[in-house]
Structure formats: C-alpha cells, structure tokens
Design a protein around this ligand. Structure first.
Ligand code: PBG
Length: 329
C-alpha cells in the first residue's frame, strides 16, 4: 500500500519520540509541599497520604536538603498547629515568635539556595477551620485581609522568598503587595492562589493539618467547579493587584482551566496537584490497580502540557528521582 502520510514514522523509536516531544517534565518544574508541626519529637506519618509526613523543624531541614540535592528549586511549607494554640481570632498567626516563623528562618539558614514558599491563610490557626475570620454566619473579608497582610510581612521578614495566599479573600493580593512594598521587601514574590476551587480533593491535607471547617463549607470564598470565566476574572484581578505567579488548584481534573488561564496571562502559572490527587494514585497503586511511577509521571506531564510552568506535588521527590534516573515512558 502506498501511503504518503504515516504519523507512526514519528513514533518509531525513543530517539525520534524524544526529538519531537512537545512537552518535557523537568526537575526544575517541581515544588515539594512540606508539613511541619511544633509538638512532635520525630516525623509522623499522615494516614490519608501514604509516604508523606508531618515534620519537625530538624526533619524538615533534612527533607529540604534532599530536595535541594535532587535539583528541585522550591518547597512550600505548611504549619500544623496544635489545637491548644488555635482560637477564633487565629491569633497564633500573628505571633512573631511563633513556630512557623521560626521554621522558615531555620530552614532558610540551612538551605539558603532553596526557595521557600510560605502559606498565607487562617485555617491552620483558626479553631473554626476557615481561611478567614468567622463572624456570625459569614467569613469576614476585610478584617481577614488585615491579618493576612501582616502575616505575609512576618513571613518575608523570617526569610520566605515567595508569599502564597491560599485563602481566596477579595483584594488580599493588593494588600499584601502594599505591605511588602512599604517595608521595602521589593523582591519578595507573590504566588497567588487565584483560581482555587471548592474541592473534595483537599481532604487529606485537612487531615494533615487537622484544619477541616468545624461548620459549613468554603463555598462563599473558594470557586464553584462549574465555572470557567470566573477563573479569568480572578486571575485578572490578582494580576492588577501585583501577583507575580498565578496558582490554579486542583490541577489534573482542572487542566481546561490551566489552559484557559495560560491563554489569558503572561504571568507564570503554578498548578497545585493537591493531596487528594496524590492519594488517589498512591491508594490505587498500593492496591495493585495502577503503577505509581507511570501514573504520577503521566499526570504531571499532562498538567505541564496544559500550560503550567511549575507544579506543586506531594510526588515531587519521587518524580525528581524518576527524571534523574532518565525514567521515560
Ligand atoms: C487552605 C489550603 C488547603 C490546601 C492548601 N491550602 C485546603 C483548603 O482550602 O481547605 C489544600 C492543598 C492540598 O489538598 O494538598 N488554606
């Protein structure tokens, strides 16, 4: 049969496949989230996230050294706060001598090259388990933003390179930018969770931090999974308010949003492959239904193909090991 067009010619062997690959996943694209806790003596496993731990400052530093050695450029630090320090005002968030600020500065001291992404939201500190202050039945926006901008400044002072507000309050990026500029933190980056959807996939994260909302849900501040255009509006506002990097989460079942945003902004895009997305792969692999490495690699590659420049994933270390060993599909 004479056949001029044979697309399979370009898939003939690994060498030609490598030459024509439109997307590559690199260690440089990865960010590893790390949980830290003040009250533990040694790292402790999180039951709904196999392979992931709550760390002491010391074990977090060891983890960061591994991350740096692998070539991963950044970690994202999340504090798990003991219940006795939580209250309805989330006041521990503004304790300048608190554990989170200490952890940021000690990790920065030990691993100066590694970028530290710090989390700005009230849920780890709030006895109500919400990202903002609860006043009656509402989540107070502007009062929360005042606290968030102070937190951001404290984090920058402690040594955070990238401030990442994950709270979804209105106008917080502008307030944080103003606070940073006024204190001459001109080079501190803001990675804004611009399009953060209400998602069932955050549950293992809330287990890790014991931060689930005590009442209600997060639907008055996080976005409805039904919406696309709303993501573009949020991104545009954050861009105007001074964000440097736009974050979208979850990632793997929201790749259409990543693509939409990519086509509408010149800012770099981070995608958060969240706890539930990681745990689904882990659980299926533990049962023998899926291969962990293959599924993780494919998922992260597809998130990249959709338009993400960088990916936060609990599988970042595993993926880096695979990439460094020239793992290929
Ligand atoms: C809360 C926050 C959440 C995540 C990051 N920051 C959970 C939530 O909104 O309830 C989820 C991350 C993950 O699931 O891995 N500020």
């Amino acid at each position: 049969m004479i056949q001029h067009k044979r697309p399979r010619r370009l898939r003939f062997n690994q060498a030609i496949r490598s030459l024509i690959a439109e997307t590559t996943l690199s260690v440089n694209d990865l960010i590893m989230p790390i949980f830290i806790n003040e009250n533990i003596k040694q790292k402790e496993p999180i039951y709904s996230m196999p392979g992931i731990y709550r760390h002491t400052i010391q074990s977090a530093i060891e983890q960061c050294q591994i991350i740096g050695d692998l070539g991963i450029p950044a970690c994202a630090l999340f504090p798990s706060i003991p219940n006795e320090l939580k209250n309805s005002k989330a006041s521990e968030a503004l304790n300048i001598n608190g554990f989170y600020y200490e952890a940021i500065s000690k990790i920065k001291e030990s691993c100066p090259e590694l970028l530290i992404i710090s989390d700005v939201a009230l849920d780890p500190y709030s006895s109500d388990g919400h990202d903002g202050l609860v006043m009656g039945t509402r989540i107070a926006n502007d009062e929360t933003v005042d606290i968030l901008s102070k937190m951001a400044l404290y984090q920058a002072k402690a040594g955070a390179d990238i401030i990442a507000p994950s709270d979804m309050m209105d106008a917080r990026v502008g307030a944080i930018r103003k606070a940073l500029e006024e204190a001459s933190f001109n080079n501190t980056l803001i990675m804004s969770y611009s399009s953060k959807y209400v998602s069932s996939l955050y549950r293992p994260f809330r287990d890790a931090l014991d931060s689930a909302p005590k009442k209600g849900d997060k639907k008055t501040y996080q976005m409805d999974p039904a919406n696309r255009l709303e993501a573009l509006k949020e991104v545009q506002l954050d861009e105007e308010e001074g964000a440097d990097i736009i974050l979208i989460k979850p990632a793997s079942i929201y790749t259409d949003i990543i693509r939409d945003v990519k086509e509408n902004t010149t800012l770099p895009i981070a995608a958060y492959h969240v706890s539930g997305e990681y745990s689904m792969i882990k659980a299926a692999a533990d049962k023998g239904y899926l291969n962990y490495e293959d599924t993780l690699y494919e998922t992260l590659l597809c998130i990249k193909r959709a338009g993400a420049n960088m990916i936060l994933s609990y599988g970042a270390i595993d993926a880096a090991l695979m990439i460094n060993q020239k793992y290929m599909r």
